[in-house]
Design a protein. Structure first.
Length: 328
């Protein structure tokens, strides 16, 4: 197979490295920044292009869209119209403009849209999903998800103020950046019925987007979930807790550990996941390749990617209007 990675920042470089390690096929890279292109060319011996149209003329089988969020749909549409399967880093876009056009174009050409929610491939979270599917904690009553990370620390080699996460025009802000956590709630607990959100830019960071968020979800199952998201927390934290009628599940990303309390045995069971966070990205890219070869539907396809974006946009609207919003 032939792959084109569009956008050679940290996540684009990670995918190049992982594709190389898997021996997936020929890899090309495109970026408007010549310094980034030179870096990946030297480091990974890949073909590089500054112009995306020129790169697409090389007829890749698949395009990985790793550019800023606001550019996802235009790049993905160009790729689909060139006959390529598409992997899009989450979220699918920063708004709904032309998202339906992208989904329809891919459907018409029988091409895959795979939205990159890499947390779906985290070994700990896969274990939690298994525990929930087996009803190990009975009916889930409530869930809490916590994400906090100091924005300047995330890519210390570059000016955080120039990154996509810091700029509204590029699709930044912690709600879209941490849309993984919205997906976790939906993946674990099912469809969301109601959304209420408080968000604001509260820190002294030089950004024009929200950096502190509290989201409240009412699930159709009756469960309640709360999400805390921020761009200011040090040290970083990523965790969740699920409370059921027959037990509790907790997870800590940095410890790579799931704890399950069984009310019958009155004991905690502990599961240790991957020590290397890159393992989930390896699983993710393998799954993308497998979806192309077997024509299976991805865990998060274009339609689901759009639905998750809609929930995130409803959260933003809830905060702007100061009201609870019921989903259709």
């Amino acid at each position: 197979m032939k792959f084109l990675v569009v956008g050679c920042g940290s996540i684009g470089e990670r995918h190049i490295r992982n594709l190389k390690s898997l021996g997936a096929g020929k890899i090309m890279a495109q970026d408007i920044d010549p310094k980034r292109l030179l870096k990946v060319k030297k480091k990974y011996s890949v073909e590089t292009y500054e112009n995306i149209e020129e790169a697409l003329r090389r007829k890749p089988d698949a395009v990985l869209v790793c550019a800023p969020t606001s550019l996802h749909v235009p790049i993905a549409l160009s790729a689909v119209n060139s006959g390529c399967h598409v992997f899009i880093e989450k979220p699918i876009s920063h708004n709904l403009d032309k998202v339906d056009d992208l989904i329809e174009a891919a459907k018409k050409r029988k091409l895959i849209i795979f939205v990159g929610f890499n947390m779906r491939f985290n070994s700990n979270l896969i274990k939690i999903k298994e525990l929930l599917d087996e009803r190990k904690i009975g009916k889930v009553i409530s869930a809490r998800v916590h994400f906090g990370s100091y924005l300047p620390d995330r890519h210390p080699w570059e000016d955080y103020r120039e990154g996509y996460g810091a700029k509204k025009s590029l699709g930044g802000g912690v709600i879209l950046d941490a849309i993984h956590q919205v997906d976790l709630v939906r993946w674990f607990l099912g469809d969301i019925k109601e959304v209420f959100c408080y968000s604001d830019k509260m820190s002294s960071l030089e950004i024009d987007v929200e950096d502190n968020v509290e989201i409240f979800f009412k699930l159709k199952s009756g469960a309640v979930a709360t999400l805390h998201l921020d761009f200011v927390q040090r040290p970083p934290q990523l965790s969740c807790q699920l409370i059921g009628e027959e037990g509790t599940i907790t997870w800590d990303f940095w410890e790579s550990k799931v704890k399950f309390y069984d009310m019958k045995s009155k004991k905690w069971e502990i599961f240790h996941g991957d020590k290397d966070p890159n393992e989930m990205y390896i699983r993710e890219i393998r799954h993308f390749i497998n979806c192309i070869k077997t024509k299976k539907n991805p865990p998060v396809d274009g339609v689901m990617g759009k639905e998750l974006l809609e929930i995130a946009l409803v959260a933003k609207k809830s905060s702007e209007e100061g009201r609870l919003i019921e989903l259709d």
